[in-house]
Design a protein around this ligand. Sequence first.
Ligand code: DX5
Ligand code: ZN
Length: 340
Amino acid sequence: MSPAIRPSRPRALATDRPSLGRARVAASILDADLGNLANAVRRVEREGADRIHLDVMDGHFVPNLTFGPRTIKALRRRTRLPFDAHLMISEPGRYIDEYLDAGCDSITFHVEIDEDIAATLRAIRSAGRAAGLAVKPGTPLTALEPYRGLLDIVTVMTVEPGFGGQAFMADVAKAKVLQARDYLAHKLHGAEVHVDGGVNRESAELVGGLGADILVVGSALWLKGRDMAREVRLIRSLADEGYQYVLNRGKPPTPRDRLVVFVTLPRPAARTLRAEIEAAGIPVLLFRSDQDPVDMDDEIRRWDLLVPASAEAATRARFARRRSALAARARTRAAAAAQA
Ligand code: DX5
Ligand code: ZN
């Protein structure tokens, strides 16, 4: 295939993907059949959950014991879903390399421990994974204060950690979930507030209306006779509905995966700008623009620079000037080339 007729933007993957909404469900496998976890993770994937939430308990930080890094590593091969590890253990720092090696995409541990918390957060982030801190119901969010700037995730626990199937603590959610975002203000894109404990079809709308990004759902998915896929869809849409009416003035939320064209530029300029925007923490995709003829030489043809819709305002605030300057320069060059 000649480069000139290589396919253009994969529309189905980028801008025109059917809306998937805002809220995401992380399925906890705590209440699955622990004798057949491989089947549990495959099932969760098949039934449409977005992530797998892995509750690690050491029988010390919490009065219960589950599984560790070797189990996670073994499960890693069974599914393509991202792994969110929730470490309810006293010494996450001591074992952090094993959890990184196991293939966790994010690692969240508790702020109530007696270790060097900042060092562990840094270790997670320097391995290219997302780092989070969880707070028990009785711990104030201000405990996160010293770790501002090091967090990708804040997990608000709405049950006492240790067991699935407990009742949702609505007062804790109301007091903390919205405020949790303050501790993630340093991130222009990709920050996540997780709500963990007692999330189900009864509590999902409230949780969504408090701006939670990730709803951790355990026992509600594994109840006998329930259709798991339907439960996942129901919880996601109830959360989006809560967001729409409480936080978004009645407008449906921007789908989390939607991309928008920020600017269309010749390839060298587009690449330069991509590097600058990505350095600020906002992911960028470049596609051959539909605005120029498909058979145009790639060196002349312009490229669309796409950013997540959710980060569009932040991108504009930081890079609108730069965008104008690069676009003006491109126009001058194109005019000069046309003259020659
Ligand atoms: C509790 C765990 C949660 C919980 C989720 O210690 O962190 O992930 O088990 O299960 P449900 O949804 O049943 O509360
Ligand atoms: Zn958990």
